[in-house]
Design a protein around this ligand. Structure first.
Ligand code: NAI
Length: 546
């Protein structure tokens, strides 16, 4: 989003929101002064898409395709969404993960035109007046990152802007939320990344991040400014350093409309995958022993939501926590550890100290192994084979991304378990054929969840986002995996159906928001029609702000 949608002060061909390029009719060209500025042909949107697809085919890699599509999004938003929504399975990995990882690593070098709002610590004390520079006045979602932990790439400071931009594109591509009220934001608090600080082309603040207290005060100022300027706005925290992510969510979740996708979205998609895996195994969640490899914002978020789901199955909080063990970079989380934060301490169960995952698997005998460690290859052959020796159908989720951070590949998980693993990864791996059977690895990516949650929250003008919303999203997503798809080991609905799936999920979430009394609009008689009537369609119509 780089331009004002309501006013058309920009020349028509520079206004990405209203631009139709060669689809402007002759009459429109007469009126808007573009006669002669365009070739003679008047084309349909479909014909324009045909050209973009040809151009994308002629590129030699996905980063080039990403750049081409990103340029298109800043030139002609409707055509951009038309292309991306025409084939989500093909385009989501290009506009988002894994290609976005390459783009973020070089964001300062690839930079052409700014996208989104850059708020830097230098703006402290002036946040509200700077926010008011954003051209759209009715902002409904701000996706904000500090760049402190981008995917599995660590702290890349202001280069992290690619993530809020991409995440908000998924709101529209995966759940048809109109793009106008979406603001990507990079909170530039400095970086610990010395290589970037030393890079003459780096675009962010060249200083170390502040103390937690100073950071919290800055975020408090931001939150207050957002509430004043955009009273219906939801704050989506994305890719913050683990401790900051957990602390800030705890600080605001009961006070304002907000969520953290890495914590709650990841938890929900993992629970959706677990739901499907357990239905294939014919077992209940409370029968599982779950071992996490990685205990940062994603790991703790998933663990806490599993505790909520287990409590729903009738377990006490203590018994629910007893089903879950965790390991982090310093080893198994157990009571002798002196370095645990409060959210980790509650998962410290009596056990000998170990830093060896294979040893932990042998003694804990997990039925489910979840990797959120950023440690590529952490699920070694020994670890996976041990899982296979303990379990008939081992559940193995290697969720770290991008691709080269995954704890193991789909091929390894299936080969080392003789095809018995119920496997999901954070990125999309290709199908694997083993002993004549084709296995389809699931992509446990939170893009199945957060756009659907956002659609329901936007439509109902919810006051808060509770964990129940995410549990409902998980359930609704899992329910949409057909029996036939389960026989191929598929744990999530196919990506090609993502839009339909998320609209269905959003409808269920919206019902739940109305039931819980958190909606700020009256409940409609027909909720399905009501949601459908609000959806963005990538067409040249006035309904889409054209
Ligand atoms: P984080 O930085 O908060 O936590 C990482 C955790 O892994 C820490 O507990 C750390 O101690 C542990 N760790 C690091 N190296 C390790 C090693 N060698 N052995 C054992 N533990 C190790 O990061 P966060 O937010 O929890 O994300 C972790 C990963 O999960 C990232 O790759 C991220 O991209 C991925 N993720 C995937 C999502 C999806 O939808 N599939 C969503 C959110 C995160």
């Amino acid at each position: 989003m780089t331009s004002d949608r309501t006013a058309s002060s920009l020349p028509p061909l520079l206004d990405a929101v209203h631009n139709r390029e060669t689809a402007f009719t002759n009459e429109e060209r007469h009126k808007n002064g573009t006669l002669g500025l365009l070739p003679d042909a008047v084309e349909t949107l479909d014909r324009q898409m045909e050209r973009v697809l040809w151009q994308l085919d002629s590129k030699s890699n996905d980063l080039e395709r990403f750049l081409h599509l990103n340029g298109l999004s800043q030139r002609n938003e409707t055509l951009f969404f038309k292309v991306v929504m025409s084939d989500p399975k093909r385009f989501l990995p290009i506009v988002y993960d894994p290609t976005i990882a390459d783009a973020c690593l070089q964001y300062n070098r690839l930079f052409e035109r700014p996208q989104g709002m850059y708020l830097s610590l230098r703006h402290k004390g002036h946040v509200k007046e700077i926010l008011a520079n954003w051209p759209e006045k009715d902002v409904r979602f701000i996706c904000v990152s500090s760049g402190g932990r981008i995917l599995g790439l660590g702290d890349i400071g202001a280069n992290g802007m690619g993530i809020p931009v991409g995440k908000l594109q998924l709101y529209t591509a995966c759940a048809a939320i109109p793009p106008q009220g979406l603001m990507p934001m990079l909170l530039d608090i400095g970086t610990t990344n010395q290589e970037l600080i030393d890079d003459p082309l780096y675009l962010g603040l060249r200083q170390a991040p502040p103390s937690s207290d100073e950071l919290d005060a800055f975020v408090d100022e931001l939150v207050a400014a957002i509430q004043e300027l955009y009273p219906y706005c939801c704050l989506h925290f994305e890719d913050w350093k683990g401790d900051d992510a957990i602390r800030l969510l705890a600080r605001y979740r009961d006070k304002i409309l907000c969520y953290n996708d890495d914590i709650q979205g990841t938890a929900a998609i993992t629970i959706a995958g677990l739901d499907t895996a357990l239905s294939i195994k014919g077992e209940a969640l409370k029968e599982q022993r779950i071992l996490f490899y990685g205990a940062g914002s994603a790991g703790i978020g998933i663990a806490n939501m599993i505790v909520s789901a287990l409590q729903d199955e009738g377990l006490s909080e203590t018994d629910a926590r007893a089903c879950i063990s965790m390991m982090d970079i310093n080893g198994l989380i157990e009571p002798s550890r002196q370095d645990l934060n409060p959210s980790q301490k509650v998962f410290a169960h009596s056990h000998a100290a170990t830093k060896d995952l294979a040893e932990a698997v042998k003694s804990i005998k997990p039925t489910v192994l979840i990797g959120v460690s950023t440690n590529a290859g952490g699920f070694t052959e020994e670890v996976v084979r041990t899982m296979a020796s303990i379990n008939d159908k081992p559940v193995i989720f290697a969720l770290s991304n991008p691709t080269d951070k995954a704890e193991c590949t789909a091929e390894q998980a299936y080969r080392w378990t003789d095809g018995r693993a119920l496997f999901a990864a954070g990125v999309q791996f290709d199908d694997v054929t083993l002993n004549g059977k084709t296995l389809t690895p699931g992509q446990a990516n939170n893009f199945y969840i957060f756009p659907a949650v956002a659609l329901a929250v936007w439509a109902t003008q919810a006051r808060r986002i509770t964990d129940e919303v995410f549990l409902e999203a998980a359930k609704a997503t899992a329910e949409q995996v057909t029996a036939e798809q389960r026989t191929h080991g598929l744990l999530f609905p196919p990506q090609k159906d993502v839009l339909r799936v998320e609209i269905n999920t959003a409808i269920k979430i919206a019902r739940q928001i109305f039931k819980s009394g958190l909606a700020q609009v009256p409940e409609p008689e027909d909720i399905v029609d009501w949601i459908e009537s609000k959806l963005y369609r990538p067409e040249y119509t006035s309904a889409n702000g054209q």
